[in-house]
Design a protein around this ligand. Structure first.
Ligand SMILES: C[S@@+](CC[C@H](N)C(=O)[O-])C[C@H]1O[C@@H](n2cnc3c(N)ncnc32)[C@H](O)[C@@H]1O
Length: 227
């Protein structure tokens, strides 16, 4: 098991990386980040209110605003630098607002038709995050969670491990990302986020749908609040 609490990695990973995040996430996933976010967006249709948890620099938040131009969208993140980046990038979107808050202590005093979170689940405790989401979700609303997963297939595991070894080397040239490239693969190998969130959603009575993507290197779980 990963000894460190994944939440302790959040300031280490994100306090100093907001300026290069958009490029790094695109290049290091070979553009798959866009594809995964596109698959998340497929879950949205005509929602009037959307909460994007751990919105970071606002990549997904912007795509939600473009898909649902009449929706009210709120982006929440715990890291000031990332949120500032999102605010500056998306100034022209009148329907997006941003709030600095810990998703595990979520208290927005309102409910949403959909709650999205890309790359958040592995840092949080499933039972806490899902309860907070359910409390902020309208009846019939959806929680759309996405994050990295460690492939099950042995061959893909070998390729995945080799790729992260290369990223470790690349870290020498991008100092602010060096430690992330060392710690992230361990975190992904050791997390059980998919099983834990499925159980938490199930315990809260949500209807669950799961999608494994890109050779099992990423997963989306959708939980629908039936009542
Ligand atoms: C890898 S970034 C992802 C940003 C964005 N969702 C995206 O897909 O581009 C992870 C984000 O999660 C945020 N985060 C981690 N734990 C959080 C928490 N407990 N509450 C709110 N945000 C959190 C970090 O601050 C960081 O901005």
């Amino acid at each position: 098991m990963h000894k460190e609490n994944p939440k302790d990695l959040v300031p280490q990973f994100f306090n100093d990386t907001s300026n290069s995040y958009d490029k790094i996430v695109n290049y290091t996933t070979f553009g798959k980040d866009s594809f995964w976010k596109h698959k998340m967006l497929e879950q949205l249709s005509n929602e009037k209110t959307v909460l994007d948890l751990a919105c970071g620099t606002g990549i997904l938040t912007k795509q939600i605003a473009e898909k649902l131009p009449h929706a009210e969208i709120v982006g929440v993140d715990i890291t000031k630098n990332y949120l500032e980046k999102a605010k500056n990038k998306l100034l022209s979107y009148q329907n997006i607002s941003f709030i600095i808050q810990d998703a595990e202590k979520l208290n927005l005093g309102k409910k949403f038709d959909c709650i999205t979170a890309s790359y958040l689940p592995k840092y949080c405790t499933a039972t806490i995050l899902i309860k907070n989401c359910v409390d902020h979700l309208n009846s019939g609303g959806k929680i759309v969670l996405h994050d990295f997963t460690y492939p099950q297939n042995k061959l893909f595991q070998k390729l995945w491990n080799f790729y992260f070894k290369l990223l470790n080397l690349a870290g020498f040239f991008i100092p602010e990302w060096k430690q992330v490239f060392i710690d992230l693969p361990n975190l992904i190998r050791n997390t059980n986020w998919v099983r834990e969130y499925e159980k938490a959603m199930n315990d809260c009575g949500l209807k669950i749908h799961k999608q494994d993507l890109t050779c099992g290197s990423s997963t989306i779980i959708v939980g629908t609040k039936i009542i």
